[in-house]
Ligand binder design. Sequence first.
Ligand SMILES: Nc1nc2c(ncn2[C@@H]2O[C@H](COP(=O)(O)OP(=O)(O)OP(=O)(O)O)[C@@H](O)[C@H]2O)c(=O)[nH]1
Ligand SMILES: [Mg+2]
Ligand SMILES: [Zn+2]
Length: 284
Amino acid sequence: MEGIITKIISNQYTVKVDNKEYICQARGKFRYLKDNPLVGDKVIIDSVNNLIIKILPRINVLDRPLVANIKYAIITTSLKKPDLDLYLLDKMLTIIESHKVIPIILFTKLDLVDNKEQIKKLSTYYEKLGYLTIFNNDLKKIAKLKKLLKGEIVTLTGQSGAGKSTFLNQLNPKLNLKTSPISDALNRGIHTTRHVEIYDIEGIYFIDTPGFSLVDLKISLEELKNTFPEFKSVNCKYQDCNHDKEDECGVKNIVKEGKILNSRYQNYLLFKKEIYESSRKLFR
Ligand SMILES: Nc1nc2c(ncn2[C@@H]2O[C@H](COP(=O)(O)OP(=O)(O)OP(=O)(O)O)[C@@H](O)[C@H]2O)c(=O)[nH]1
Ligand SMILES: [Mg+2]
Ligand SMILES: [Zn+2]
């Protein structure tokens, strides 16, 4: 029988086949091969013994959150409590795009922000780059988004306290997922969601995930450059320009002209450095 893994808690895998759920164990060989079944995996199960016997070929695997076969990832980005973190947003965009997953930016907590105009400008900038960008209080746009996502697997991602579970509750109040206020002392979430699980909301397979804040970039410099749409069709003196120390760099010129958001360019430089440092560690 073929089904999809909708939930994993320790070594218990919930597999949904049509509308029936089977709580399965995974065969030892997966552990042996270091290829554990993931939420989002299509699997073949032995429904008599409640065993996962085969993982079907995957489209992709994200590692933070650890899920498979994802079409879209909603980067839940809090504007306040916890404060807006453009470094994390840009990093998630890069990681998600490099996994061939389509990113969607979901801004939350606009109600807590004083300078709403500044935030709208920021969202317009990302929108112009080609990213789907929405606010969690924009009901019209959310209705449109739901049409786009019909039938797809969509994971939520973003730091603890950003409002991932709250957003799913907003889409379907019956879910009643646990949420909690962030810690005022630390100005960050308290890791309320503890496991990865798929929820079918009107035919969209949303995955709620635990929040996180630290993410490693496991990509090459070339891939990094490809995840910055701003750099496309910009002319530099050198074709393989890294847009850093080089002269006659078209990217640096348009940063100066204010056509590229400075935070985007600064984050690019930081990511470039991180990639360089981690490759040095590998060869040490
Ligand atoms: N004012 C305001 N509060 C919000 C908004 N969205 C979420 N919250 C609050 O933010 C807090 C954290 O929300 P959660 O949904 O638990 O956050 P999460 O991203 O699921 O966090 P983890 O499960 O820890 O990863 C809760 O107290 C929510 O009520 C919003 O748009 N405005
Ligand atoms: Mg949560
Ligand atoms: Zn350049």
